[in-house]
Design a protein around this ligand. Structure first.
Ligand SMILES: Cc1cc2nc3c(=O)[nH]c(=O)nc-3n(C[C@H](O)[C@H](O)[C@H](O)COP(=O)(O)OP(=O)(O)OC[C@H]3O[C@@H](n4cnc5c(N)ncnc54)[C@H](O)[C@@H]3O)c2cc1C
Length: 348
């Protein structure tokens, strides 16, 4: 097990900000993970578990303890009657898993193509895009339980999945190190083409698109929004969507509609959001004066997506946070809604 010191974390995140980890260990097996935990415990070091770094804002001071990067590899596939089971090491790249599933003609995760990060990161905030969420296909999780010091199998129900939430980022935050995720997919299943952007893409299409065509469409749409990490595209130097779509009570929704009506505006209607009384955070941001491309310094809004805060080069975490707070305050002043950030804040 290689123990490194003062390792830059900025380089290990997609938004490229943040200071160093005091200690850094990448583990590739369960027994290495146990050794790394012992290392942290015997020195009383705070532990942070790192995946692909695509949903993180690391403070400029960095992390004072041990950063444990989960690099557990492996992918096993079992074909059963009417279902395909994929058991995947938490350190595998998520999009490679989607590509593999689609190549095997297995449905269930094709719309989640292009989401950066590791397999182990997917259950944490129950990643979702274009009408699919990973909670729909996760069968179970193998994790190290730091509370009881043992390896546990968690079934889907035990993970407490809902919109951008699971026990791993809420009630049991910091308790588990996810080592393996098992997905249940549908061989020969139809692609999920329900989301407005995808329907638009396929309008006029002859017949039903294949899983591969759907994955390809998702990646093209994502790239057009800077939501596909592409070398050279500085609009993808982000942590993805910076704010969650707010879920409102009936009263809050009425209040928001009244504020919009007073400005002769209508809150855009997206069936996928309305079903949950969610409002588009992007719309709120854009209608608070933060249009795409806003900002002139080292931090700004992506030119392709109003919800992505972008590091335009050598930004600090402090600058990102100041910009985040500016947006939150203006949206709250105008619309009466406090946006909640989506990324995880490390070392603040
Ligand atoms: C351009 C871009 C587009 C994005 N698009 C989407 C999108 O469409 N939908 C969406 O939901 N998200 C999206 N994201 C956010 C992000 O990609 C996902 O949340 C991703 O699953 C994070 O995984 P990660 O491995 O990078 O986790 P990290 O960023 O490394 O960590 C995130 C959190 O998960 C924890 N964690 C990571 N691995 C483990 C593990 N093995 N065990 C325990 N805890 C762990 C960390 O401690 C941290 O709390 C996007 C991000 C970017 C940069």
């Amino acid at each position: 097990m290689l123990i490194q010191e003062h390792v830059s974390l900025a380089a290990l995140t997609t938004i490229k900000v943040g200071g160093p980890a005091r200690y850094f260990i990448e583990v590739t097996t369960v027994s290495e993970a146990c050794d790394a935990i012992t290392f942290a415990r015997t020195r009383n070091l705070p532990l942070f578990v790192l995946g692909g770094g695509s949903n993180l804002i690391v403070s400029d001071a960095g992390w004072p303890g041990l950063v444990l990067k989960v690099g557990v590899a492996g992918l096993e596939e079992h074909l059963l009657v009417g279902k395909a089971i994929l058991e995947v090491g938490a350190g595998e790249d998520w999009d490679k898993v989607v590509a593999r599933a689609v190549a095997q003609n297995c449905a269930g995760i094709e719309c989640l193509s292009g989401i950066p990060g590791s397999v182990g990161g997917t259950p944490v905030q129950n990643v979702g895009a274009y009408g699919q969420e990973v909670a729909e296909t996760i069968q179970g999780i193998l994790a190290f339980d730091l509370r009881d010091n043992q390896i546990r199998e968690l079934c889907n129900e035990a993970c407490g999945f809902s919109y951008r939430t699971s026990i791993f980022n809420s009630t049991e935050q910091g308790r588990y190190i996810i080592l393996r995720v098992t997905y249940e997919l549908m061989p020969g299943g139809q692609p999920h083409v329900d989301y407005a952007d995808l329907k638009r893409y396929f309008s006029g299409w002859q017949g039903v698109p294949t899983l591969a065509e759907t994955r390809d469409a998702v990646r093209k749409i994502r790239a057009s929004k800077g939501m596909l990490i592409s070398p050279g595209d500085e609009d993808s130097r982000s942590a993805g969507s910076f704010f969650k779509n707010p879920v409102l009570s009936v009263e809050q929704y009425q209040e928001l509609s009244a504020r919009a009506a007073a400005k002769k505006l209508r809150i855009p209607s997206y069936p996928a959001l309305e079903a949950l009384r969610k409002v588009s955070a992007a719309w709120l941001v854009e209608h608070s004066g933060f249009s795409k491309g806003f900002g002139s310094g080292r931090v700004g809004i992506s030119r392709k997506h109003a919800l992505a805060i972008v590091n335009r080069g050598d930004a600090t975490a402090a600058e990102i946070i100041a910009f985040q707070e500016q947006i939150q305050q203006r949206v709250e002043d105008i619309w009466g809604i406090r946006l909640k950030p989506e990324p995880v804040f490390v070392g603040f």
